[in-house]
Write a protein that binds this ligand. Structure first.
Ligand code: PMP
Ligand code: GLN
Length: 386
């Protein structure tokens, strides 16, 4: 392994899912649903395969049906108008979108600011691009029950070498949804310091209570400097299909496309037609999905609190971050390695998402995108073991 990648090794998600398999524990680690997405969308994929749509290399930017469905979704939900021919790129999941965006936009030595804890592929992709990551830590505020961005810390992190802000909201793993005010401040900073922004919005449809997802691209001066990323994996419960996308100004999308061409050339064809149909589902699909996940959140949050964890109730995503110190534990790594044996449950130690490992040490993440019975059983086991 070369020096750029040496520190990354095996992703925690593979490690913890393997641990779940080998121990037979309930996997609340890696974030994937245990129920597949809508039957009619699966049928749409089968139809595309049978009809021979997308079985040979589809167009580089994505099939026109999907690009049009993506722009219609951005317009309908956020009032963001994009041209499906020049301002959209279909990618192999959000993961490839992140990689291609960083490879396309970062020069060796450029600083990239990312919110810490950060999704693990950010660090690896910044490194592959030859950039330097500059983490800005979301701090745990017990009184507010959430992790919050300190805007002064963000401002202080910007230097003359800063090229790009990599923002993720709703935020994995903390469940924080940046507020309109916070986003406005980030936008002002980006404009003032002439920064590019890449926003990872894969959990855009998973926001709860009175939280609201507002794309950074909607703020003044942002459309031309923002690459927005989303994916069908989370919204439609097809994480295995790996269909994601990028929207942004033509120059930015063209740049990302240049990198994508030499990573995967194109993304898998038949699934693109099915995701086009998924994006066109009636609004009730999205509200039902959100309501279902909200009920799951409440079930797991209550169970974890009952078991003695300090729970940071998420406003978005399908993850709950907990603090294990009330259980008399301080090391999330040790806690998670031991948890399958102790309780028959797998979780993720948030420390892997930090450069400041000590800051992340007491936090552990549980996924709630699982059937109610599975969550209830996990809660029972955790209650008995803590
Ligand atoms: N970004 C975040 C914040 C994620 O949690 C994930 C996990 N799926 C991804 C990107 C990757 O998305 P995809 O599966 O579409 O590649
Ligand atoms: N995004 C998912 C998570 O945070 C997992 C994706 C992956 O395994 N790379 O759990």
């Amino acid at each position: 392994l070369n020096r750029r990648l040496a520190e990354f090794g095996t992703t925690i998600f593979a490690e913890m899912s393997a641990l779940a398999l080998s121990t037979g524990a309930i996997n609340l680690g890696q974030g994937f649903p245990d129920t597949d997405g809508p039957e009619e969308i699966r049928e749409a994929a089968v139809r595309a395969l049978r009809d021979g749509r997308g079985n040979q290399y589809p167009p580089g930017p994505g099939v026109p049906e999907l690009r049009t469905a993506i722009t219609a979704h951005q317009q309908r939900r956020y009032g963001l108008g994009y041209d499906p021919d020049t301002e959209v790129l279909v990618t192999a999941g959000a993961t490839e979108a992140i990689a291609a965006a960083l490879l396309a936009l970062v020069e060796p030595g450029d600083e990239v600011i990312a919110l810490e804890p950060y999704y693990d592929s950010y660090a690896a992709c910044i490194a592959m691009a030859g950039g330097r990551r500059v983490p800005v830590t979301l701090r745990a505020h017990v009184d507010e029950g959430r992790f919050r961005l300190d805007l002064d810390e963000l401002r202080d992190a910007v230097t003359d070498r800063t090229r790009l802000l990599l923002i993720n909201t709703p935020h994995n793993p903390t469940g924080t949804v940046l507020t309109r005010e916070e986003l406005a401040a980030i936008a002002e900073l980006a404009v003032e310091r002439d920064l590019l922004v890449v926003t990872d919005e894969v959990y855009e449809h998973l926001v709860f209570d009175d939280a609201e997802h507002v794309p950074l691209a909607t703020f003044p001066g942002m459309r031309e400097r923002t690459v927005s990323i989303s994916s069908s994996g989370k919204t439609f419960s097809f994480t295995g299909w790996k269909v994601g996308w990028v929207t942004g100004a033509p120059e930015l999308v063209t740049a990302v496309r240049s990198a994508k061409q030499y990573l995967t050339y194109v993304s898998a064809g038949p699934f693109q037609y099915a995701v086009a149909e998924a994006l066109s589902l009636p609004e009730s699909y999205f509200t039902d999905f959100r309501a279902d996940m909200l009920a799951k959140r409440d079930l797991l949050a209550a169970g974890l609190a009952e078991a003695g964890f300090r729970v940071f109730r998420p406003s978005g995503t399908y993850f709950i971050t907990t603090d294990i110190r009330p259980l008399g534990e301080t090391d999330g790594f040790a806690f998670c390695r031991n948890l399958p044996e102790r309780a028959g449950v797998v979780a993720i130690p948030n420390a892997v998402f930090y450069d400041h490992r000590e800051e992340g040490a007491p936090f552990v993440r549980f996924a709630f995108c699982k059937r109610t019975g599975v969550l209830a059983e996990a809660v029972k086991r955790l209650g008995a073991a803590t």
